[in-house]
Design a protein around this ligand. Structure first.
Ligand SMILES: Nc1ncnc2c1ncn2[C@@H]1O[C@H](COP(=O)(O)OP(=O)(O)O)[C@@H](O)[C@H]1O
Ligand SMILES: [Mg+2]
Length: 288
């Protein structure tokens, strides 16, 4: 029997008709994701865009079963990574794919970085869990190699720094090093730069684009900002109220958006130096 996980023909991630509800005590469940289908080939990257509440994070978290179930209940005709059905995985199998096959970074470095542990301790922990090829004696060198890769200067001196001793952008870089040192096939970056200045945003996006090429991995970039996706993503899927309403190559969608909601999102793209446009200003009544 051939090994599905090593076949280049197998999609990295295949989602068919994903639905996610959140149960409530006092009312009918919230349908956060209504029907999402998505296929990602090895090495391919996609941006999942849509305003706050459209179901982007719930979708992405469900790929590694990171939503609390309950209140979440997830169903899908298929939800597979390298041909293996995620919804049928045991707790042990799921722990194996979290971090190792699917890694996440989030908006706030503080949700991933522990304030009372040094950078070295935190990255060493990820290596100890997922990189049996790195010996204990070789860990510091490997950590320094990753800090260099993500553009931390004086990396060896930074080993003993605590998160608060670094700027927001540097914390984000450490978080990226921590997520990628396990060499995942898929990085899910959920609004990774929303909290940062525009210039730092651009640097982090360029870094992700470079790392994607160097490491031959796929990225799912979640954002409400269509202005930042070009360097990282090949395709875009636009989400609106729990559904994908438009999908296609990045250039095509940016040049010629079809759906009214995509046009509205594009109109909100914050420009360099301009005041941050607010997506809450999108007029839903006009979208039906
Ligand atoms: N843990 C949760 N419990 C209950 N409802 C949730 C939970 N997470 C998300 N939701 C609901 O699901 C919907 C989609 O949320 P989310 O996926 O976070 O959107 P986005 O990431 O696009 O902003 C929202 O209505 C939100 O309130
Ligand atoms: Mg979100």
């Amino acid at each position: 029997m051939s090994d599905a996980s090593s076949s280049k023909d197998t999609a990295l991630l295949r989602i068919r008709d994903l639905q996610i509800e959140f149960g409530r005590h006092d009312a009918a469940p919230v349908k956060a994701v209504r029907s999402i289908s998505l296929e990602l080939k090895h090495g391919e990257s996609i941006a999942l865009v849509g305003e706050s509440g459209s179901g982007k994070s719930a979708t992405a978290l469900s790929f590694a079963r990171l939503l609390p179930e309950p209140p979440a209940s997830i169903s899908a005709k298929e939800m597979s990574i390298n041909g293996r059905e995620i919804l049928k995985m045991s707790g042990r199998e799921l722990r194996g794919i979290r971090g190792k096959e699917i890694a996440y970074i989030f908006q706030e470095p503080t949700t991933s970085l522990n304030p009372v542990l040094t950078i070295r301790t935190q990255i060493a922990e990820a290596l100890a869990l997922h990189r049996p090829d790195v010996t204990k004696a070789g860990r510091d060198d490997e950590i320094v190699r990753w800090l260099d890769k993500v553009g931390i200067v004086d990396s060896r001196k930074r080993l003993h720094a605590y998160p608060h001793e670094l700027s927001g952008g540097m914390q984000q870089r450490v978080m990226i090093a921590m997520a990628l040192c396990t060499q995942p096939k898929l990085l899910i970056a959920d609004e990774p730069t929303t909290a940062l200045d525009v210039t730092i945003q651009k640097q982090i996006m360029d870094l992700l684009a470079r790392l994607r090429r160097e490491l031959d991995m796929s990225i799912i970039l979640i954002t409400h900002n269509l202005g930042i996706i070009r360097s990282v993503a090949d395709r875009v899927a636009v989400m609106f109220r729990g559904e994908i309403v438009e999908t296609g190559p990045v250039d095509e969608i940016l040049r010629n958006p079809q759906h009214a909601y995509t046009k509205a999102l594009l109109a909100c793209v914050p420009r360099m130096g301009a005041k941050q446009a607010r997506l809450t200003a999108i007029d839903h009544t006009a979208l039906g």
